[in-house]
Design a protein around this ligand. Structure first.
Ligand code: FPP
Ligand code: MG
Length: 296
């Protein structure tokens, strides 16, 4: 089924009718295709599910192209980012092509679906703006951080689950709750992996979030537990390129206070909420497990 999504993505890119954009797109790594998988899992026999999967993956790819420009990221999924090799202008324009093409195709869907997806992209953009402005300071407000995570990451996944349920004639609001909590858990695991994984696994430098100014959940938890002097040391490292010594210190303090276990429990609790909303569903449980247990 996922092959159908890949074929449709290739077809949509072809229809743009601009070989330069198609060539650049082909060089992108497709990633895990979590959003398309989710749609296909919820609506396996809906004829338009693969197209919706392709649309959402194009939107996701566009958001990452723009995000790498905003974050000035050099690597994406282990390969040089488009902004690194082609420049920011090209990365922005390629993103514009992908998401406008996706929106053109979205008009063929029921308005409840096109609206849900379109509104989620507005939220995604608000979330990205919040993420950038929050990175200017050392944010210790957990609620604000979780709100930003919902907007930046969970909202598109929520819209996927909702829309797929509409396509399949299933309970759309229950699936939306599942998608929202899955999305939040996904991003919390992302935040954890930034700390626990190495550069080879991540495809980008480790502890990169904190260097980018992003005070993710594990850092908020750590800050709350540190003694005053150590609090200052953590703040002093915020938004800087970290030396190996400071990376080691941050990791050792995270170990001391069992911060990563704590963040995993938070992600687990969200997954439990996700599953509670939809009742027992082995395939949707399996998606949850791949999100929690992933290593990159
Ligand atoms: C990655 O976050 C970024 C996102 C999930 C969303 C980015 C959204 C936009 C740029 C809004 C514009 C949207 C469109 C459709 C053009 P991250 O930086 O925390 O993760 P990373 O480590 O993977 O970069
Ligand atoms: Mg980024």
């Amino acid at each position: 089924m996922l092959e159908n999504v890949e074929t449709l993505i290739a077809k949509l890119i072809d229809e743009v009718d601009y070989p330069h954009a198609a060539d650049l797109f082909k060089k992108l790594s497709g990633g895990k295709r979590l959003r398309a998988r989710l749609i296909l899992t919820i609506a396996p026999s809906a004829p338009s599910a693969p197209l919706l999967g392709a649309i959402v993956e194009l939107i996701h790819a566009a958001s990452l192209l723009h995000d790498d420009v905003i974050d000035e990221a050099q690597l994406r999924r282990g390969v040089a980012s488009v902004n690194a090799t082609e420049g920011s202008k090209t990365a922005i324009m390629l993103g514009d092509i992908l998401y406008s093409k996706a929106f053109s195709e979205l008009t063929a869907f029921d308005p409840s679906i096109s609206r849900a997806v379109a509104e989620s992209v507005t939220r995604l953009s608000v979330g990205e703006m919040m993420d950038v402005s929050m990175a200017e300071n050392f944010n210790t407000d957990r609620e604000l951080y979780l709100k930003m995570l919902y907007l930046k990451t969970a909202t598109l996944i929520e819209a996927c689950a909702f829309s797929a349920a509409v396509l399949a004639g299933k309970d759309a609001s229950a699936h939306a709750i599942y998608g929202k909590n899955l999305g939040l858990a996904f991003q919390i695991v992302d935040d954890i992996l930034d700390i626990t994984s190495d550069e080879a696994t991540l495809g980008k430098p480790s502890l990169n979030d904190f260097s980018e100014g992003k005070v993710t959940l594990p850092y908020i938890d750590l800050y709350e537990r540190l003694e005053n002097g150590d609090k200052e040391r953590l703040i002093a490292n915020h938004g800087k390129v970290l030396s190996e010594e400071e990376k080691g210190w941050i990791r050792s303090k995270m170990d001391e206070f069992r911060i990563i276990e704590h963040s995993y429990s938070h992600a687990r609790a969200l997954c439990d909420e996700a599953l509670e909303a939809i009742g027992e569903d082995p395939l949707l449980r399996a998606i949850i497990e791949t999100v929690i247990q992933r290593s990159h």
